[in-house]
Design a protein around this ligand. Structure first.
Ligand code: PSU
Ligand code: MN
Length: 305
């Protein structure tokens, strides 16, 4: 076992018994939502995965270890600590070697999941190519990770704070397949449609698992995006989210927000500008993704070595 991995008792038992395991990220807890909704969301999502017949493994960097599966106290710590670092691929050695508290992004969670032998990872939205990337060069490390790390990522697409068309182009260039569940369209996180199609609509967990297994059996390293639209009843009105996104982007620009601060700034402003309604949408879509991810992790067992 890898020297930096530390499994919770629940995850260790699941590994020993060959049960399906679903990885979860922690940046969404520390930097994506306010307290206490972040910790409540994390607990509820874990329970949905258990109810779906799989074992949740929320991942974070604590005490110089990659913790795979967190206690209630550790979830609370991540949800409240003002100094939790946002840890992506670049930051992982720093957080581990310097004993920092680290909340892992999609990229870092994929790395840790692969080290831990976990094939399925559930989150809300992945990072992507930012609008204006032709001058800012701001492209999330999540996309490079999807190109090289073999983990399936269940998400509700990407937010319209990003350039969704360029994000999909980037994924295509790097050979990352984008599946959609229940519809042809690639979802835009708060809304069910982005105006772009996913590459392949595959509705059933068994068929999704067969696709993913086939990719990896071919020796094609890298991730698969499983995009699952927010439930219709929880989606936000498109005009409202578009207007607020434009405002948040303009403020980020005017305020000179750059680097890893950009995404948390935009998420926070959108929440404020929607009086918290975007938060309810965000929580609903993560829960929906958890159910899809648990079913996928179970279906992947049919292809276990
Ligand atoms: N998008 C969301 N919510 C999030 C994130 C992205 O809708 O919480 C987080 C994820 O952890 C993702 C990270 O991996 O932001 C991407 O940050 P950046 O754009 O700095 O790469
Ligand atoms: Mn960035």
């Amino acid at each position: 076992m890898h020297q930096f991995l530390l499994f919770s008792a629940e995850v260790a038992a699941a590994r020993a018994a060959g049960k399906p395991i679903v990885a979860l990220e922690s940046t969404i807890i520390s930097h994506g939502m306010p307290y206490p909704q972040n910790v409540q969301m994390a607990r509820e999502v874990e329970q949905i995965i258990r109810d779906g017949g799989a074992v949740p493994a929320t991942i974070a960097i604590i005490g110089g270890k990659i913790c795979v599966g967190l206690s209630a106290e550790q979830l609370e710590l991540l949800g409240t600590a003002p100094d939790a670092l946002k840890v992506s691929r670049r930051d992982l050695p720093y957080a581990l070697a310097q004993n920092k508290l680290g909340a892992t992004t999609v990229a870092a969670t994929m790395i840790c999941a692969e080290l831990a032998g976990i094939q399925v990872f559930v989150t809300g939205g992945i990072g992507g190519v930012h609008r204006g990337a032709e001058t800012s060069f701001d492209i999330s490390a999540d996309l490079q990770e999807l190109a090289q790390t073999s983990v399936a990522v269940v998400c509700a697409g990407v937010k319209s704070i990003l350039d969704i068309g360029l994000t999909l182009e980037y994924l295509e260039t790097h050979g990352v397949p984008v599946l959609s569940v229940g519809q042809r369209g690639f979802p835009a996180f708060f809304t069910r449609e982005s105006g772009f199609n996913a590459d392949f609509q595959i509705d059933g967990a068994a068929e999704q698992a067969a696709f993913i297994h086939t990719k990896w059996q071919l020796g094609l390293k890298g991730g698969v995006v499983v995009s699952n639209p927010v439930p219709a009843a929880a989606a936000m009105p498109k005009e409202e989210i578009d207007r607020i996104t434009e405002q948040a982007l303009a403020e980020a620009d005017a305020g000179g927000v750059t680097g890893k601060a950009v995404t948390p700034f935009l998420l926070g402003r959108i929440k404020q500008l929607t009086d918290g309604r975007s938060l309810a949408t965000n929580i609903a879509l993560v829960m929906h993704n958890a159910a899809v991810g648990a079913a996928l992790a179970r279906a992947m067992l049919a292809h276990a070595p």
